[in-house]
Write a protein that binds this ligand. Structure first.
Ligand SMILES: Nc1ncnc2c1ncn2[C@@H]1O[C@H](COP(=O)(O)OP(=O)(O)O)[C@@H](O)[C@H]1O
Ligand SMILES: [Mg+2]
Length: 332
C-alpha cells in the first residue's frame, strides 16, 4: 500500500538534510519529473530548481510549514511550477535538522493566473492610451513650434534646445511607462524606493486623471524602501490608482500617502468617490467581480495575489466624509 502511495501520489515528497542534499525522494518523481529516484539521491536541492529560485529561497531559512512557489527541473530540461511546503524536523538524538518538502505541480494554476494578469494589463493599456496620446500631443506641438523657429534662424538657439530636450524627456518617460504595462511581470526582488515606484505610476495615470479633472497629490518621502519586485508592486499601484480615478465622476483629488512605522510601511490611496458599499466590500477581489460597464473585475484580485506573495496586505475602508481608502501594509 505504501509503495502504491509512494508511486501514485500527485505530489513529490523530498527529504533534505541540513546541507540541502536529497536523502529521500518519493517514487512519484519518476512519473512527474522523469528522473530515477536513484539518480536524485545525494544531489543538491539547488541542482533541481531554477537558478532564480536558488537566489530567492533558502530551505534552511524557511519557517514552519512555509509554502513557496518554486520551479523544478524536469528531465527534459523544462521547469515545472510547483507549490512547495517545507516542514523542518529535528532529530532529538543528534540534534541535526531535516527538511521534508512536499511539492505539487501548479503549472495549470500559474498559466491561468498569467493569462488573467495579461488580459488585465492589456485592458489597462487600452484604456490609458487615449489619455496618453493626448498628453503626448502637447509636447509634440511645442517641439514643432521650436523647430520652425530654429528653421527661421532665431538667435539664442541654446535655450530652445534645452526646452526641446525637456519635452522629449517627458514623452520618453510616459511612453516607457506605457510600454511597461504590456510586458509580463517579472520576479526580481530587491530593495526599491516606494516613492519612485509611486512617481512612475503617477506619470502613467496622470493623463487619465487630467481628462477627468482629477488632481493626484503625492509628496515623495525619501529613503523609504521595501523588498519587492518593482514591476509587480507598480502593477498593484496602477490597479489602485486607476480604480480611484474611475470611482470619481466629478472633479476632485486623489491623495497618495506613505506612512512608515517600526513594524510596517503603509501606502494609502485616498479617493473622493462614492466609497464601497458595505455589502460589497467582501466581494472585491473575487475574479470578474465588477460594477463597471467595461470593467474586467481582475484588478483587485491580481492586487491581492501580488501582495500575498510579498507577505503584504490590502485593507479597504470608507472615509468619514466621502470616498474610500485602499491601504497596502508591508511588514518590515
Ligand atoms: N476606489 C474605489 N471606490 C469604489 N469602488 C471601488 C474602488 N476600487 C474598486 N472598487 C470596486 O471594486 C470593483 C472591482 O475592482 P477591480 O477588481 O479593479 O475591477 P474593475 O476595476 O475592472 O471593475 C469595482 O468594479 C468597483 O465596484
Ligand atoms: Mg480596476
Amino acid at each position: 500500500m505504501l509503495a502504491w502511495v509512494d508511486q501514485y501520489n500527485n505530489g513529490i515528497i523530498i527529504l533534505l538534510n541540513d546541507e540541502e542534499e536529497l536523502l529521500f525522494v518519493s517514487k512519484s518523481v519518476e512519473r512527474i519529473l522523469a528522473y530515477n529516484v536513484a539518480d536524485l539521491i545525494g544531489m543538491h536541492w539547488n541542482d533541481i530548481i531554477s537558478p532564480e529560485d536558488v537566489k530567492r529561497y533558502i530551505v534552511r531559512d524557511s519557517e514552519m510549514n512555509q509554502i513557496f512557489n518554486v520551479n523544478v527541473l524536469h528531465k527534459n530540461g523544462k521547469y515545472i511550477w510547483t507549490e512547495c511546503t517545507v516542514e523542518k524536523m529535528e532529530d532529538q538524538t543528534t540534534s541535526k535538522n531535516y527538511y521534508m518538502l512536499s511539492l505539487v505541480d501548479i503549472t495549470d494554476r500559474k498559466d491561468a493566473e498569467e493569462l488573467m494578469i495579461r488580459s488585465e494589463k492589456m485592458s489597462v493599456a487600452g484604456q490609458l492610451a487615449a489619455g496618453i496620446a493626448h498628453e503626448i500631443r502637447n509636447p509634440l506641438t511645442s517641439l514643432k513650434g521650436f523647430l520652425q523657429l530654429l528653421q527661421a534662424g532665431v538667435p539664442r538657439k541654446e535655450t530652445y534646445y534645452d526646452i526641446m530636450i525637456d519635452e522629449i524627456d517627458k514623452m520618453e518617460t510616459i511612453t516607457s511607462e506605457l510600454l511597461f504595462i504590456s510586458k509580463p511581470l517579472t520576479d526580481q526582488r530587491k530593495q526599491e524606493s516606494v516613492s519612485e515606484m509611486i512617481e512612475d505610476v503617477v506619470i502613467l495615470l496622470e493623463p487619465q486623471a487630467n481628462l477627468n479633472n482629477i488632481v493626484i497629490l503625492f509628496n515623495p518621502v525619501n529613503d523609504v524602501n521595501i523588498y519587492c519586485d518593482r514591476s509587480q508592486i507598480k502593477q498593484v499601484l496602477i490597479n489602485l490608482l486607476k480604480n480611484a480615478i474611475e470611482a470619481m465622476d466629478e472633479a476632485g483629488m486623489i491623495k497618495i500617502e506613505i506612512h512608515p512605522s517600526d513594524e510596517s510601511i503603509n501606502i494609502k490611496v485616498i479617493d473622493e468617490g462614492p466609497g464601497v458599499p458595505e455589502d460589497l466590500i467582501h466581494k472585491l477581489g473575487e475574479p470578474f467581480f465588477t460594477t463597471k460597464k467595461t470593467g474586467t473585475g481582475l484588478g483587485i484580485m491580481i492586487t491581492r495575489q501580488i501582495l500575498e506573495q510579498h507577505h503584504a496586505k490590502l485593507e479597504i475602508a470608507n472615509n468619514e466624509l466621502k470616498g474610500s481608502t485602499f491601504q497596502i501594509n508591508f511588514p518590515i
